[in-house]
Structure formats: C-alpha cells, structure tokens
Design a protein around this ligand. Structure first.
Ligand SMILES: Cc1cc2nc3c(=O)[nH]c(=O)nc-3n(C[C@H](O)[C@H](O)[C@H](O)COP(=O)(O)O)c2cc1C
Length: 389
C-alpha cells in the first residue's frame, strides 16, 4: 500500500473506514453517550486562530524538544490505545517502531495485544507504559515492575477509566472481543474479508496479552464487564502515592482536567499531567481538553510538565496546544487509522504528515523554535479573550 498519496490525517481516517468492518471502525472512532466531548475536542481547535508574524521566522524551524531528559524530534507522543492489534497484527510493535524511527516517544496501553516484554525486545525506543489501578493491587504492582524491568522509561496512570464510559456505537454494533463482526450488509462483508485475511483468521490473538502471564483470562468478550471486574472504581490519591513509591522514573497522570488535580499531583511528587478526556470515550460532558489546558497549565506552574491529549488532527493544532502551555501532544486515533491502512508504514506516514504540517505552520507563522510558540501565537478572537503579550 503506497502511503505517499495520503495527504492528511482525515484522509487516513477515510481510508481506514473503507478497510475495516464497521464494528471495528466505530470502536476506534466513537465516544461515550452523545459524543459531545469527543466532538468538542476537535471543534475547540477550530475556534482558536493563530496570529502569524511571518518576518520573524526561518525556512528551517527546529521542532525538537526535551521531554523528561530525552530529546524528541518533535513535540508529539503516540498515546496508549488498547487492543490496537485489532487494526493490524502485532500493531503495538509496528507503532513503537514507527515512533522510534521518527524520534518520538510511544506509550504502551495496559490493554496491548503484544506483551510488555515483546515490544521492548522488538522496538527498543523511548517507550512509556500506561496502567490502571486494579482491585488486585498485586496485579497493578506486577505490571509496573514488569515495565520497569523491560526498560520502559515513564509510567502513565490513567485516572479517567475506572468504570467504562457508555459507548453507544459499540452497543448498537454488538461489539465484542475477539471481534465477531455481524456482517449486516454487503459492504461490510466486502470490507471485512481482507481485514480477516490480514489477521490470518487469528482473531483469538486480539486480547489483553499482558493479563495472560498473571494467570488472568486474557480473553475479554465484554470490555465493560472486564473493566468492571478488574479495575477499582474507588482508586484515589493513596494509589498515586503507592505508584510514586514503586516507580523511580517519570510518573504522569493521564485524564487530568481540573486545576485542583494538577496542584494535588504536584504535591504528591508526580512529574507530569496529561490533559485528557480519553478522546471523549469516558465522561461525556467533560470539557474539551483544549479548554481545560490553560487552567491546568496555570495550576501546574513550573512544578509539572503538562501534555495535551485529544483532537490533534493537524500540525497547527500542536502549535495551538503549545501556545496554551503544553510541552507536547499525544495522538490516539490517528495512529490507529495509520495501522489499519498500512501497519508500520501507515503510522510512519501519519507522523510525517504531522511533521510536515508543523514545519509549514511554523514557517508561515514565523516561529523558529518550539520555545518561540507562546501565548502571543494565538490571535485574540470572540471566543478566546486571552491577554496578548
Ligand atoms: C481504540 C482506543 C483505545 C484506547 N485505549 C486506551 C487505553 O488503553 N488507555 C488509555 O489511557 N487511553 C486509551 N485511549 C485514549 C487515548 O489514549 C487518547 O486519550 C485519545 O484517543 C486521544 O484522543 P484522539 O483520539 O483525539 O487523539 C484509547 C483510545 C482509543 C481510540
């Protein structure tokens, strides 16, 4: 599959849609309930305008940043997405390799279809690990210890998923794991056969591989029931303290939207927060990440590194999030669309698209380095009464 003709993230999404059974496409694309939060993640960027100063720029802007002591070639991280193996076999290895080749970080999901150890062996890069807090705290500990032993550099605790959001497209489609698509129409059947062939009919491999070793049943069937059985909805700040004791490297909380939580995280010795609403898949009605971002940045001061997650579809979106104080941005769905279309090459193409757009935006806007992008990069507008410096 030639990816060079895919010119934008939305084009990758369109092609992924054509190649996937509807049930799989919707699982990735969808959000919770009315999907208001999911939509607002993207529309928040549309409401914000850049304020270019073309004469200040350079033809070759420097996109590099420092993140937790490592150099990244651009301010982008591939975020954790469970069950990526539904989109391509051994997808996590493909995505981690593409990230390493592009010089950025990749975060493994708790729910990866390849184990912590297998990815570390096959794709040694700037790999992070995302966990939840399980009812069985021993299992939480064992995942974290395995990640440390395998050389993962940062630990991400996702705090917004202790009960599963109601994803109504999945209910409608009868989504289950391993997927057993209901071939309800001829178009879906046609799309589904090549997808099945790519997986060599081995749909049973689509499971939470990291759970195998711990003696849990790695088959899932119902995601909601699985999460309900295993995760502890009573998770609290004591669990953050416990992880802080366990993990020596950078510790981040993902799913922070409220400035008070950023302040508390800093008190507890957390290193970074990821401003996120889980791509609108959890609490519908939560704010767009971009709307929460400036509040979290202000609360964090210089005590925490703040990352943005949600709705990044253009290089210009990265510039906007950085202008509001993010150090870097995570992407979720776009890399999954890349995986569905062309595996590792598809993810590589997605990263190239972001890089090209970031360069073009910085050239046109007159920003030479990422550090040049500050609040002055945002144009005052009706919806954004920001103070301009
Ligand atoms: C299919 C899918 C699976 C996801 N699985 C996880 C997960 O296991 N852990 C987690 O912290 N976030 C998970 N997320 C959320 C993403 O990390 C990220 O927050 C979200 O996708 C960002 O929004 P974007 O898709 O608009 O870039 C998942 C998202 C998708 C689409």
């Amino acid at each position: 599959m030639k990816t060079s003709r895919i010119y934008a993230v939305h084009e990758m999404r369109r092609r992924a849609r054509r190649r996937l059974p509807r049930m799989i496409f919707d699982f990735v694309d969808g959000g919770a309930e009315e999907e208001r939060t999911r939509r607002s993640n993207e529309s928040a960027f549309a409401d914000l305008r850049l304020w270019p100063r073309p004469l200040e720029g350079t033809g070759e802007p420097d996109l590099g940043i420092e993140l937790f002591g490592r150099r990244l070639s651009m301010p982008l991280v591939i975020g954790p997405t469970g069950l990526a193996g539904m989109l391509a076999p051994r997808a996590e290895i493909a995505a981690a390799r593409a990230a390493a080749a592009a010089g950025i970080a990749w975060c493994m999901s708790h729910g990866s279809t390849v184990t912590i150890e297998d990815v570390a062996r096959a794709a040694p890069g700037d790999n992070w690990f995302q966990t939840f807090v399980y009812r069985d705290r021993g299992f939480t500990r064992s995942l974290v210890e395995r990640a440390a032993a395998a050389g993962y550099r940062a630990l991400v605790l996702t705090i917004d998923n202790q009960a599963l959001g109601q994803r109504e497209r999945d209910i409608r489609n009868g989504f289950r794991i391993p997927p057993r698509p209901a071939w309800s129409n001829a178009g879906d059947l046609l799309r589904g056969l090549p997808w099945l062939a790519r997986h060599g009919m081995r749909l049973a491999d689509i499971r939470f591989a990291n759970y195998d070793e711990a003696g849990f049943d790695a088959r899932i069937v119902s995601l909601g029931a699985r999460i309900g059985d295993m995760l502890d909805p009573a998770m609290n700040w004591d669990d953050v303290d416990e992880l802080r004791r366990l993990w020596r490297g950078p510790l981040l909380l993902k799913g922070v939207l409220h400035p008070a939580d950023a302040r508390e995280a800093a008190e507890r010795g957390v290193d970074g927060v990821i401003v996120s609403n889980h791509g609108g898949r959890q609490l519908d009605g939560a704010p767009a990440s971009l709307h929460a971002l400036p509040h979290v940045v202000e609360a964090a001061g210089d005590r925490l590194t703040v990352l943005h997650d949600g709705g990044i579809r253009r290089g210009a979106d990265i510039v906007k999030a950085i202008a509001l104080g993010a150090r870097a941005c995570l992407i979720g769905r776009p890399q999954l669309w890349g995986l569905a279309v062309a595996g590792e090459a598809g993810v590589a193409r997605i990263l190239d698209i972001y890089r090209d757009e970031l360069v073009r935006t910085m050239v046109l806007g007159g920003w030479k380095t990422i550090a040049d992008i500050d609040a002055g990069a945002i144009s005052p507008g009706r919806t954004w009464p920001l103070t301009v410096t």
